[in-house]
Design a protein around this ligand. Structure first.
Ligand code: DC
Length: 236
């Protein structure tokens, strides 16, 4: 019997994937992997080298040479981040969340050759470990044999409100209308692209988080994992 458990979580922008995945990982003692951070690092590399976000050959070459690493925030890194992201040794955990890099990541993630390299890296990271991995193509491309596949969703208005609250802390000027438009545009790009678009696979559990807190989402998932593991033990 295999001794590890893979939880694959896909879903649109601001559905609460990051916070819920992190909490689930903490509660179960699993490794949390934010695959979006890897597309953001690819965009960051392009920005650092003055490369256009559509220049596939140059971005592939930069990604191949780069050292991408992630770890759970250490004691001195507890500043609200869910994960510490290191690009060639530099802590870019917050830099990759800027508006420019968010848009860049959305563009870079359309490039097939970039996806191929990052998907390989993601498969390697998860191999043989208990993981909670979140992104857009995890349930069908990165971990198609995951033990539990979840599509985390929420109403567009709820997702925009959550995002506005996060951004208002640093940018009080931001409006709900602007964020609604940005999220709708990113949804269209994530779902409309030909390269591994965001989609709901037939065996995914669709969890609507519109009226749930992140803690409630995490508890619901953890409960399901315990049920599944109990069933497996009973079968053994
Ligand atoms: O989850 P996020 O917002 O940090 O992701 C950043 C971008 O990367 C987003 O536009 C979607 C894309 N992405 C992807 O195409 N595949 C993944 N597995 C994760 C993210």
């Amino acid at each position: 019997m295999k001794s590890f458990f893979h939880i694959a979580i896909d879903g649109p922008v601001a559905a609460g994937k990051g916070t819920a995945s992190k909490l689930v990982a903490q509660k179960l003692g699993f490794l949390y992997i934010d695959t979006g951070a890897m597309y953001r690092m690819a965009a960051m590399l392009a920005a650092q080298h003055g490369v256009d976000f559509n220049d596939e050959a140059k971005i592939v070459s930069l990604v191949k040479q780069a050292k991408m690493a992630m770890h759970s925030p250490r004691q001195d890194e507890q500043d609200g981040r869910l994960i510490t992201v290191l690009l060639n040794g530099e802590d870019v955990s917050w830099k990759i969340r800027s508006k420019e890099i968010s848009e860049g990541a959305s563009k870079v993630s359309i490039l097939l050759e970039v996806r191929k390299i990052l998907v390989e890296k993601q498969k390697e990271i998860a191999q043989g470990k208990n993981v909670v991995m979140e992104g857009r193509d995890i349930t069908y491309r990165v971990l198609p044999d995951a033990d539990l596949k979840i599509f985390l969703d929420a109403a567009l208005s709820a997702r925009a409100e959550r995002r506005v609250k996060q951004i208002q802390a640093t940018n009080p000027q931001i409006t709900l209308e602007k964020i609604l438009k940005e999220i709708a545009e990113r949804d269209e790009r994530d779902m409309g692209r030909s390269a591994d678009p965001l989609q709901i696979v037939p065996d995914a559990w669709v969890l609507d988080t519109t009226d749930l807190t992140p803690a409630q989402v995490a508890d619901t998932i953890v409960h399901r994992v315990h049920e599944m593991r109990q069933l497996t033990h009973e079968k053994d």
